[in-house]
Design a protein around this ligand. Structure first.
Ligand code: ZN
Length: 182
């Protein structure tokens, strides 16, 4: 899958990416949140959470405009200008969806999340047995989406993999023909 855009900083429900139009069963559509959760000593996992289109959503007072439907836009040094609230489109209320329980993948050592060329959210991960070649490919493909910490983890993983591979290279055991003693 080719990367169109890396998703950065989506590490919890609150900071998740949201796919606004996602299939729900055969006929229905829903919204889907996606994020990469990090847990020390466990690693990363890809979490998704769909809204439930079968349960009625609630309309709640818009936080941004306090229900008035209008906000004041002010530029420093200029009088403010009243404008339609961007969050509720002047409605004064916003739709609050009912969300299903989140679903999570198994943990991997390092992960990156991105939007592919079809506009779909994808993710990729490395595990503790990833090879130097796999780690290098991962870092060069997802570099933009890796935090400073993730970059450090990748560097550490690479050093370990390199060590393992160099040791393995020293002790290659191969079948051989019986040695003929003349
Ligand atoms: Zn509003």
């Amino acid at each position: 899958m080719a990367v169109k855009e890396m998703l950065i900083g989506c590490n919890s429900e609150a900071t998740s990416h949201c796919t606004l139009d996602y299939p729900y069963g055969f006929k229905l559509r829903c919204q889907r949140r996606e994020w990469l959760e990090y847990k020390p000593n466990h690693g990363y996992r890809f979490v998704t959470q769909t809204s439930n289109p079968k349960k009625p959503s609630k309309w709640v007072v818009c936080d941004t405009c306090n229900g008035s439907g209008y906000i004041m836009l002010a530029v420093l040094g200029h009088p403010g200008r009243q404008t339609v609230c961007v969050c509720c489109n002047g409605n004064g209320q916003v739709e609050e969806l009912v969300w299903n329980a989140p679903k999570a993948s198994t943990y991997v050592t390092l992960a990156a999340m991105y939007i592919d060329e079809q506009g779909h959210v994808q993710w990729a991960g490395l595990h503790m047995y990833s090879t130097v070649a796999e780690i290098d490919a991962f870092v060069s493909t997802y570099r933009e989406g890796l935090s400073e910490d993730a970059g450090k983890i990748a560097g550490f993983m690479r050093a370990v993999a390199e060590e393992i591979e160099s040791r393995r290279a020293k002790f290659i055991i191969q079948p051989s023909e019986p040695v003929r003693v003349l």
